[in-house]
Design a protein around this ligand. Structure first.
Ligand code: 3HC
Length: 304
């Protein structure tokens, strides 16, 4: 099975096994999307408790989708059965046709993961990264298959968001981009090809500075969290207020993206200190029960 076919020959029909690295917010959401599309999914994280948490989140989410009649209970049960949570990297990737990496948004962590991955992944496997901002070219150069490497960037929550950015690195070949776009379509997503591998790509280049500016407005005492959110939600027409969105995405994720954009693109992207404070206090948003809003009681009504 390891050398079934050349990567360049791989077509969508050949893709059966998908490995998602990372079982956090994005990882478990992507694993869920892939399982709903009928793929055999292995979801890997470095600790048993992380994969178990991610698995439970998938179970919760599938239950919600069934409750809201977006899918049937049978579809939910079948999707869950297709997901195998794992800690051992070798068993997680031994059959992988496509790997979707969704580990923390830190260059050093991702580089280490790719180095280790290269040891165990079959030759034909296509590598993709769900990075929110980091250079696809730099990440691809850690591997021995930079031409079969691209960005596959989902949005939070993956199961509800239609868009996927498919990002070309400096070495990515067209066959890989075509395959990953078709893969996104097979998951009922709308892929958008991002030709230039620039920090934050397209969506986060627009969205993350918006969240940062919202934080600066509050930091400078010009408006409250509630005022900013009601304006961004009801006047500008975003589905969520800027702070609600930061809590949804994870304040740490937004902060890491900003740090990188600041480093690569300049001072206009300087992270607001309140983001640093929230990250240090581990008030990261919905996933920790508290961010700009309090979620402990299951509600998001009280701005902090
Ligand atoms: N799975 C299943 N159900 C979920 C869910 C999930 N992952 N997340 C939330 N839900 C449930 C809620 O619990 C709620 O259920 P309840 O009514 O029983 O409490 C229900 O979905 C809400 O869904 P609705 O359709 O009624 O509500 P909305 O119409 O508000 O839709 C939304 C929810 C689709 C999340 C919408 O608010 C939205 O589009 N928000 C914007 C999100 C966004 O912009 N994401 C991109 C962020 S940027 C990013 O991710 C990039 C990264 O790199 C930083």
């Amino acid at each position: 099975n390891r050398h079934r076919f050349d990567a360049s020959d791989m077509k969508l029909d050949d893709v059966e096994h998908i490995t998602v690295l990372g079982a956090g917010n994005m990882g478990h959401g992507i694993a869920e999307v892939a399982a709903l599309a009928g793929y055999d999914v292995r979801m890997r994280d470095i600790k048993e408790e992380f994969v178990q948490d991610g698995y439970e989140q998938i179970e919760w989410s599938l239950g919600k989708l069934a409750e809201k009649d977006r899918i049937s209970q049978e579809e939910a049960d079948e999707a869950l059965e297709r997901v195998t949570p794992l800690v051992d990297l070798e068993s997680a990737v031994e059959d992988a046709d496509v790997v979707i990496e969704a580990v923390p948004e830190k260059m050093e962590i991702k580089r280490d993961v790719y180095e280790e991955l290269e040891e165990y992944a079959p030759e034909h496997t296509v590598f993709t990264s769900n990075t929110s901002s980091l250079s696809i070219t730099d990440l691809s150069e850690v591997t021995e298959r930079p031409e079969r490497f691209c960005g596959m960037h989902f949005f939070n929550p993956p199961v509800r968001m239609d868009l996927v950015e498919v990002i070309s690195g400096g070495h990515t070949d067209d066959e890989t981009l075509d395959l990953i776009e078709e893969l996104a379509e097979s998951m009922d997503k709308t892929p958008v090809r991002v030709r230039k591998d620039s920090p934050g790509f397209i969506v986060n280049r627009v969205l993350v500075p918006l969240m940062n500016e919202a934080a600066w407005i509050v930091e400078m005492g010009d408006a409250t969290v509630a005022e900013v959110d009601s304006t961004t939600k009801f006047d500008i027409g975003l589905p969520m207020g800027a702070f609600e969105l930061a809590d949804q995405v994870g304040i740490d994720v937004g902060y890491h993206v900003l740090e990188y954009m600041h480093d690569q693109l300049g001072d206009a992207y300087e992270p607001c200190p309140v983001l640093v404070e929230k990250v240090e206090a581990e008030e990261l948003g919905k996933k920790t029960g508290k961010g700009f809003y309090d979620y402990e009681d299951g509600g998001a009504d009280v701005p902090t």
